[in-house]
Design a protein. Structure first.
Length: 149
């Protein structure tokens, strides 16, 4: 019913497979340095920054609501109504920091109510290639170079 076919015995030199070697990610792909751009502004100002930073190339922005507890000397300068803050944490490629800084400086110059603080902190490591690809917006060049129509 079943016919069995004898397989040829392989010679020892034929069975040696080349070991699979894959280059490290930073040798296969271009690696972009990342930074965390922090913007602290008055309450209800964060929506502008999140939208503007996304347009400028930021891959991730997160808003945290906070209350400031400054010393009495600072409180007298700021006023009692100015303790509610929005903190915008934005992960961006380091090369895009000047764009974000320009957006923040322009917005801070509008009025006293739009004042805030912005600064960048470098990110020196990320756990996992998939996380890095997401945060660095690895497909950005592919999307921007595609011609539609």
């Amino acid at each position: 019913m079943f016919s069995f076919i004898k397989k040829k015995k392989a010679k020892p030199e034929e069975t040696k497979e080349q070991p699979f070697t894959r280059k490290a990610f930073d040798q296969r792909e271009k690696v972009y340095p990342l930074s965390l751009f922090v913007t602290i502004v008055g309450r209800e100002q964060s929506r502008f920054f999140v939208d503007s930073y996304a347009t400028a190339g930021a891959s991730l922005s997160m808003v945290i609501y906070s209350f400031s507890m400054p010393p009495d000397e600072v409180m007298r300068l700021l006023g009692n109504d100015n303790t509610k803050k929005d903190m915008v944490f934005t992960v961006v490629r380091t090369e895009d920091i000047p764009k974000l800084k320009k957006i923040a400086v322009a917005r801070f110059a509008i009025s006293r109510a739009a004042k805030g603080i912005a600064f960048a902190v470098p990110i020196d490591s990320v756990s996992g290639i998939a996380v890095y690809k997401f945060l660095a917006d690895q497909n950005k060049e592919v999307r921007t170079n595609v011609k539609h129509g």
